[in-house]
Design a protein around this ligand. Structure first.
Ligand SMILES: N[C@@H](CCC(=O)N[C@@H](CS)C(=O)NCC(=O)O)C(=O)O
Length: 269
């Protein structure tokens, strides 16, 4: 049984770190559905996600993982959110799995977001800035080309999403649902990391009034404010881990990776 930071017995524990958009997405649904949880930090930057302890929660070595009081363990943010809605009626307001028609509407947005925006966005940021800076890779030219192509693809997909949704101010109208939380955390990642990695183009809010209105409406929600405050509080630790510890924790992986990159790019990396 886990305990919260006041030492009380906690019902469930969310493992991960606040700056992860996927961890924050799950936290968002938990908070909106008023499902209490405690938080335990597991960081990929120090190698903890690949450690034995976390691999018992998720053999794939990713966060978030959610552990329930009855021992159930589940990973993958979308799977966790769907599970919560199926088990707890309070979460169905945001993922209406009891209503096939409304749920289909939510699912199609979630799937588009995951496949065409969130995954490619993550790769854009990892290949374009995060790995090159954290590992000090000499791949400026290659990373720049990847970044430009990613930007074109992702901005196009975001344009389709916004153009094809109600945006009043949320994707499906006046009330938010799961894809709104997902979109918000992609936008927030772009906003935060564009500054941290000096990569202005990944801030998708720049110059987009409709997305900005969506972002502002999401930001007014108490759940969002709480999550953003946690992110701000944890940011110095996360920055230190990314820029000072990440390379050291992944030296073995890096050694192999450099050989491959050198062979592909034809120069030292
Ligand atoms: N599809 C997963 C993505 C989770 C993910 O990529 N999490 C990152 C942190 S933002 C992670 O655990 N990275 C560690 C690694 O890839 O080794 C989800 O939605 O939960």
């Amino acid at each position: 049984m886990t305990t919260d930071h006041h030492g009380h017995r906690a019902e469930r524990t969310l493992y991960g770190f606040w700056l992860s958009p996927y961890v924050s997405l799950v936290a968002h649904l938990l908070k909106e559905a008023e499902l209490g949880f405690s938080y335990a930090r597991v960081s990929p930057f120090t190698g903890d996600t690949m450690g034995d302890q976390h691999r018992t929660r998720n053999p794939l070595g990713k966060v978030p993982s959610l552990v329930e009081a009855d021992g159930l363990i589940i990973s993958e943010s979308q799977a966790i959110c769907r599970y919560l809605a199926r088990r707890y009626p309070a979460a169905q307001r945001f993922y209406p799995c009891d209503d096939p028609l409304r749920c289909a509407e939510v699912d199609q947005l979630n799937d588009f977001l995951t496949f065409s925006i969130s995954g490619p966005f993550f790769n854009w940021f990892v290949v374009g800035a995060y790995y090159p800076q954290a590992f000090r890779l000499k791949t400026e030219q290659e990373s720049r080309i990847f970044s430009i192509l990613s930007m074109v693809m992702i901005k196009g997909a975001v344009g389709r999403l916004v153009g094809g949704s109600r945006m009043a101010p949320f994707l499906l109208g006046a009330e938010p649902s799961l894809p709104d939380f997902h979109l918000f955390h992609i936008l927030e990642l772009g906003k935060t990391f564009s500054g941290m990695f000096e990569m202005p183009t990944i801030n998708l809010l720049t110059g987009d009034a409709v997305l900005q209105k969506f972002y502002d409406s999401m930001s007014e929600r108490p759940s969002t404010r709480e999550i953003l405050a946690e992110q701000v509080a944890e940011r110095p630790l996360t920055e230190r881990e990314i820029f000072e510890e990440f390379g050291k924790a992944h030296e073995a992986l890096l050694k192999q990776g450099r050989v491959g990159l050198r062979a592909m790019f034809g120069h030292e990396v």
